[in-house]
Ligand binder design. Structure first.
Ligand code: ACO
Length: 358
């Protein structure tokens, strides 16, 4: 359905813990090897939060970076949505903490939970708010610290995840054009048991008449089932989002998939007939950063000058719930800070030349 107002992404940003944990570091914790992790997942290293770092802290860093990219002030933001499964606390929301810290004084704020798919869900919600004319500027952040919910003695899971935050700034397109061409959201709750972090919510009675039990609060996953789910659903989501946008898969320049496992990404690309150059990946450096992974991958591809402007991009996520989602985006954003630097440099050179001529 075409919305009355167009929306485009004008900024992207990152917030990362400084600490890098390599595969070789993990061999001291569990019975694994760099070779096993690299060949089965594509992951070489990941960022892991220090005790002093928080989901909201990383989200705030990503938000500031994305605002800088867009060249806009926080007080012009109307809404902040943070996609996270690992908030600092059950409440207040991480989005409210971001709102307060960055001074987005006019913004409403809430969290959204759709696990690793959360960022695409949040983008779709932002698109709807802008498309209906309710808001002009929305900050969307994916932020997760999964390392706090991993069993560091379980080699099946602890090697997979990294921590981080990624952000997008969306704006109403005054020229009537649209940068978000389509979004597609799906869920299948019958697969809820396949990937979960149990005993972290109200289903586990911590107080009252029931005495506290010793329980595991660690991420639990049926890796094979999630793998099979992902390799089927990712191509389906890409094709459906293309159809809704009125384009074909051949029109997509870059695929930015959720960064869980390079084998999942390559298998999906093969099924879609996409070349390795069209894949945006940084799973080797970041591992699976859950809701942060899609903006972090795009952010890094922009740093590496992989993304041409303009280009047509497909974002596709999958994760616990089960959930999966995709979006087709016409990418036109350029880093405001780079443009400013270039302008200053050109001005400096011109001034120098003029002084020399005089
Ligand atoms: N090091 C060495 N050996 C290992 C390790 C490890 N880190 N982990 C598992 N193994 C062993 C297993 O114990 C098994 O041994 P066994 O045959 O003696 O039992 C063997 O390696 C093979 O294990 P498989 O499970 O068959 O390995 P597979 O090739 O399927 O890879 C993996 C496992 C990487 C987990 C894969 O299934 C996967 O990536 N699944 C998807 C996971 C995912 O994407 N999750 C996140 C979703 S997003 C979200 O919402 C959080």
């Amino acid at each position: 359905m075409k919305l009355p107002v167009g929306a485009r992404i004008i900024g992207v940003g990152a917030g990362l813990p400084a600490s890098v944990v390599k595969n070789s570091d993990l061999t001291r914790l569990v019975d694994t090897s760099d070779e096993w992790i690299t060949t089965r997942t594509g992951i070489k290293e990941r960022r892991i939060a220090l005790d002093t770092e928080t989901t909201s802290g990383l989200a705030i860093e990503a938000a500031r970076d994305a605002l800088g990219f867009a060249g806009i002030e926080a007080d012009t933001i109307d809404l902040i949505i943070v996609a996270t499964s690992t908030p600092d606390d059950l409440y207040p929301s991480t989005a409210c903490k971001v709102q307060g810290a960055i001074g987005a004084v006019h913004a409403a704020a809430f969290d959204l939970e759709a696990a690793c798919t959360g960022i695409v869900y949040a983008l779709a919600v932002a698109h709807q708010f802008i498309g209906s004319g309710t808001y002009k500027r929305v900050l969307v952040i994916g932020a997760d610290i999964h390392s706090r919910f991993l069993d560091w003695e379980d080699r099946n899971t602890c090697i997979l995840f990294g921590d981080g935050a990624g952000a997008f700034v969306l704006e109403a397109d005054e020229e009537g054009e649209t940068g978000i061409l389509s979004t597609y959201l799906r869920a299948d709750g019958t697969g809820a048991h396949l990937l979960s972090i149990p005993n972290t919510g109200s289903a586990y009675p911590h107080t009252g008449t029931t005495p506290p039990r010793a329980v595991e609060r660690y991420l639990q996953m049926n890796g094979k089932a999630i793998y099979n789910f992902a390799v089927q659903r990712v191509p389906e989501a890409v094709k459906t989002a293309c159809e809704s946008a009125g384009i074909t898969v051949e029109d997509v320049d870059f695929l930015v998939p959720h960064q869980a496992n390079i084998r999942i990404i390559k298998s999906a690309a093969e099924r879609l007939g996409m070349s390795p150059e069209q894949l945006v990946t940084n799973v080797d450096e970041m591992g699976n950063t859950s809701a942060a992974s899609i903006p972090l991958a795009l952010w890094q591809a922009i740093q590496r000058d992989q993304i041409k402007v303009p280009s047509t991009i497909c974002l596709v996520g999958f994760g616990a719930g089960l959930t999966w989602a995709s979006a087709i985006v016409r990418w036109t954003a350029r880093d405001h800070r780079r443009i400013q630097k270039k302008t200053e440099h050109t001005k400096e050179s011109t001034d120098k030349r003029e002084t020399q001529e005089v």
